[in-house]
Write a protein that binds this ligand. Sequence first.
Ligand SMILES: Cc1cc2nc3c(=O)[nH]c(=O)nc-3n(C[C@H](O)[C@H](O)[C@H](O)COP(=O)(O)OP(=O)(O)OC[C@H]3O[C@@H](n4cnc5c(N)ncnc54)[C@H](O)[C@@H]3O)c2cc1C
Length: 608
Amino acid sequence: MSSQRLESSAAPGLTCDLLVIGSGAGGLATAVTAAQLGLKVVVVEKEPQFGGTTAWSGGWMWVPRNPLARAAGIDEPLDEALAYLRHELGAQFDEARARTYLTQAPRMVEFFRRRTALQFIDGNAIPDFHGRSPHAGTGGRSVCAAPFDGRRLGARLQDLKPPLPETTLWGMGIASGRELRHFLDATSSPASFLYVARRVLAHARDRLLHGRGRRLVNGNALVAALAASALEAGVQILTAHPARRLLDKDGRVAGAEVISPQGPLTIEAARGVVLACGGFPHDAARKARLLPHAGPDGLGHHSAASPGNTGDGLRLGEAAGGRMATGLVQAAALAPVSLVPRADGSTGHFPHLIERAKPGLIAVRADGRRFVNEADSYHDFMQGLLAATPPGEPVQAWLVCDRDFFRRFGLGAAKPWPMPTRAWRQSGYLRQGRTLAELAAACGIDAAGLAATVARYNAMAAAGRDLDFGKGETPYNRIQGEARPGQPNACMAPLQRGPFHAVRVVAGSLGTFAGLRVDTQARVLDAQGQPVPGLYAAGNDMASLMGGHYPSGGITLGPAMTFGFIAGHHAAGVPLEPPAPTPAPAPTAQPQPRTEEAIACTTTNSPR
Ligand SMILES: Cc1cc2nc3c(=O)[nH]c(=O)nc-3n(C[C@H](O)[C@H](O)[C@H](O)COP(=O)(O)OP(=O)(O)OC[C@H]3O[C@@H](n4cnc5c(N)ncnc54)[C@H](O)[C@@H]3O)c2cc1C
């Protein structure tokens, strides 16, 4: 990829004010904002459908001081969330960007809920990941896209990327919170059974008549609402149009050459270009350089991100003079992933976001020993696995559970009772043993090690205290678990009744953190720290504000939306009110009323 002079391109052309490359949250948030502010915007997407990884995501955004929290009485000062970031990010803390983020993110939510089709539900009961850290939030720092009626997209609904199949039930996305709880309780509660029956029937009818479900939730709702808002504001969204190179006019990035189904196409963009190609989760060469566990060929890292995210934006940005940020502590948003054999011969990457914290599951390595607090975030789980894996050994572990756990929660892509398990067992995805020894043999785990681990774990579970890893001790652990009457620890239950089940997990991610250096206006910076004229980055093409740390759920989509909102304003020449100077210390307001939805969102856990 390289930039070339605009005049020299012979391809037929289109013109616009702003060209956005990539149609996930970063790209679409920029496009909608810019179009709302009067610009003519074109979005090009490489894949046949728009949405990227965002369309597969939980749709959660970390937005402290968001309007929904404030309306519920949770009104903390900006410096409270800033202090949490300062503590969590350490040497990677960039006060100017963090302050900009915390100032503009609530305005972003306000802008979208007032002016677009995107609406939000609150995360008023969702805590930050690291509850032992000073200034960690116990609720009110996140929002999620509200369910969305796909009919508003009209015929373009067919161009919306469907949810990741393995995370759905027959292609139907399940919203985190109350809805997920209904699905888990469907065999024990008549009300939940009725709810699920209605949802499944409506979905079946939609599929029959329209080829896909139309009640959209989570990240699929986020993309659909953004895309509908973009189309309604006159944005052109061109799918199957990969950008190949940036075009330069008088020292400014002023468009791109894209490959349309009919051949090369030049798109001129007077106000510039936004790189929003979703980072490098499927760029083997960059993974080999930036993720040591990926190995020299980069293939030891199995990202659950969208396959089109092959690092194009980063290469385009570098070719135009932009520079990658250095010094991140971790180059990707890590997550344990299981490799799912699909009927068509391909392999799905299932990210284990939900079941690890539920009571009755442990994670062990081949020696049969636990190595981490299973209820911690997916990123922390993976850091624990990487630290526990001796050099040269494969980065892998087994999630192990008993019959009762499996019937209630399922394991990975294998759904709970009464869904059938035979195909999962036959493909080797799900391992099973009537006894722990049988299961150990089926997985290649040391049987004596596993027996000793389970005996110790069961005793600790009965007492409600994980003496080895402190499972269940933080608010985040507990909300991801499942409180039961008479059970002392919401994340622990003994594993006692066979058959026992296991699924192998390997190193993966939800996306990447390392990206192009940008300033507080989302402008890409060159080697001298100066903006490359006409070039912005949004989403995971922009180096993570968190410097490779993962302090809370929603820390990729929140910044993707917010810096897209900022870039849209900058490109349109509409200034945003800057962050206020550091205010005098104020007391922390702590009333935390919880809406029914907010409580439901977290008791059954959310893929954030
Ligand atoms: C299962 C799952 C759940 C998640 N849940 C959450 C969550 O709740 N909250 C959160 O913060 N994060 C979550 N994440 C992570 C989050 O989804 C991603 O970090 C985020 O979607 C990245 O947004 P983006 O706009 O940078 O990229 P994407 O949404 O991936 O969009 C990038 C787009 O660019 C396109 N593209 C690439 N190259 C080109 C090119 N040359 N020309 C044109 N187009 C191109 C790609 O095809 C893709 O469609 C989750 C991830 C997964 C996998």
